[in-house]
Design a binder for this molecule. Structure first.
Ligand SMILES: Nc1nc2c(ncn2[C@@H]2O[C@H](COP(=O)(O)OP(=O)(O)OP(=O)(O)O)[C@@H](O)[C@H]2O)c(=O)[nH]1
Ligand SMILES: [Mg+2]
Length: 335
């Protein structure tokens, strides 16, 4: 995955298929003077259906789709044969995708389960063929129904549940570097602030084919909740993650204080952010020698009000333990 893979918002014009027309055919056979009506029904137009797929993590596959049209139904024909149904179009989306009417911005539906389908545009009904209209007073109706038009609607798809673990940290804390070493993602990394401008997702492949998703978002700074920096715009991406991983670099002047500032920004953005499970990773700890690390431990045990561990993405230290801890947190029984 590369920078900007994280498409979480798409607008699509969808149109279901028109129903096929009923047929007005009159049955003809050589020696039968007046055959009866035998025109078949038109087929239903195709639906457009949004469907949950737990293997999708972004809306990236829909990025360049502007229009989705389902097929029209086929027309009815003689011998009461019905027209073919127009085939349905499926729009597969990750779980946690909200469907809005683009015009009114009203939420139409939210996809939360794998395989669950939601009909966004129903295909038009096919018209009925003339044989339905035969009566005692009209034995040979030449009338049949036209198919009903399909419907068209502009929808906006927005992904809310983006990942299991959201990374929280000041700019330059090493968030993208961590993502690049625990997942196959290749985010941009650099020695300056606000390297990451768009969120990135990576999938951690954990023991025995278990996976979880980590979201790397732009750094948060003090005042983010009031709109300083750019990180606040992305806080909504981690709003529904169950677990937050705070990254604070080992060379930060005061780790406990930095943690409090980050917490405070989250609280001001949305107090519910503090209901999530939290783990603190002291990043870049390759810069600490044994003595300094011990000293730091004493200090953190006393002042830091959350579980923590030391990691180094560069020296590949503490990463297995980090994954173990995150996995445990993600899979613990809800209390
Ligand atoms: N020594 C050391 N340096 C690291 C480590 N991890 C990251 N860095 C360096 O820290 C700098 C910032 O890393 P990034 O991963 O871009 O940081 P970020 O938190 O994503 O930064 P923003 O995207 O700007 O918010 C880079 O120069 C990295 O090489 C580490 O484990 N040890
Ligand atoms: Mg970054």
């Amino acid at each position: 995955m590369t920078e900007g893979n994280f498409v979480d918002y798409v607008k699509i014009h969808v149109a279901s298929g028109k129903g096929g027309s009923g047929s007005s055919h009159l049955h003809r056979e050589k020696y039968i003077a007046k055959g009866g009506p035998d025109g078949g029904d038109g087929g239903r137009g195709g639906h457009v259906i949004v469907k949950g797929n737990k293997n999708l993590w972004t809306l990236y596959h829909l990025k360049f789709k502007r229009h989705i049209r389902a097929e029209h139904g086929g027309n009815g024909s003689k011998q009461r044969s019905s027209g073919a149904e127009g085939s349905d179009e499926y729009i597969e989306v990750p779980l946690g995708t909200v469907i809005r009417d683009t015009e009114t911005q009203k939420v139409i539906h939210e996809i939360t389960e794998d395989g669950k389908e939601y009909l966004v545009a129903e295909g038009g009904m096919g018209g009925r063929g003339n044989w339905h209209f035969k009566s005692s007073t009209n034995q040979t109706p030449r009338y049949s129904q036209p198919g009903i038009d399909g419907t068209e609607v502009d929808i906006t798809l927005e992904l809310k549940v983006l990942a299991d673990v959201g990374l929280v940290g000041f700019p330059n804390a090493g968030k993208s570097t961590l993502l690049s070493v625990i997942t196959a993602a290749k985010p941009k990394i650099a020695d300056y602030e606000f390297t990451t401008l768009k969120p990135n997702l990576g999938i951690v492949e954990y023991r025995d084919f278990k996976t979880f998703v980590v979201a790397d978002i732009p750094g948060i700074i003090e005042g983010a909740a009031e709109g300083r920096g750019i990180g606040h715009r992305f806080l909504r991406h981690i709003e529904r993650n169950s677990t937050l991983l705070f990254l604070i670099p080992a060379d930060a002047p005061n780790i406990s204080e930095q943690y409090e500032i980050l917490l405070d920004e989250l609280r001001r953005y949305n107090p519910e952010m503090l209901d999530k499970d939290r783990l603190i990773a002291i990043s870049k700890s390759d810069m600490l020698d044994a003595e300094l690390k011990l000293e730091m431990k004493h200090e953190l045990d006393k002042n830091l009000g959350a579980p923590y561990l030391f990691i180094s993405s560069v020296a590949q230290q503490g990463l297995t333990e980090l994954k173990d801890r995150l996995w445990e947190m993600l899979n613990k029984e809800p209390s």
